[in-house]
Design a protein around this ligand. Structure first.
Ligand code: SF4
Ligand code: SF4
Length: 83
């Protein structure tokens, strides 16, 4: 099973450049045409399932607007805790 992740886009930094949209391997990113940032851009968002938490979007974002979260399974957490 592929890893699961999600991202949070900071509206104060995102300028809708779409670099993250182009870079996302499973292509789960798009600009949100129903929202505007305080600066007047459509921010990036996840529009469908399939984010793996690979963090490529965060790496390519020129404005460091993306924070990536990866889901930790119970098994992985137990392994890390030494149990
Ligand atoms: S973490 Fe990876 S899979 Fe998830 S939105 Fe970013 S580039 Fe796409
Ligand atoms: S790369 Fe960064 S600034 Fe560009 S659309 Fe994605 S989140 Fe917004």
């Amino acid at each position: 099973m592929p890893a699961k992740g999600t991202i949070v886009v900071n509206d104060l930094y995102c300028k809708g450049c779409e670099l993250c949209v182009a870079a996302c391997p499973p292509q789960v990113l798009a600009l949100d045409m129903e929202r505007l940032t305080p600066k007047g851009y459509h921010p990036a968002h996840i529009f469908k399932e399939g984010c793996t938490g690979c963090a490529i979007c965060a790496l390519v974002c020129p404005d460091a607007a993306i924070t990536v979260y990866r889901e930790v399974t119970k098994a992985a957490a137990a392994a890390e805790a030494g149990g």
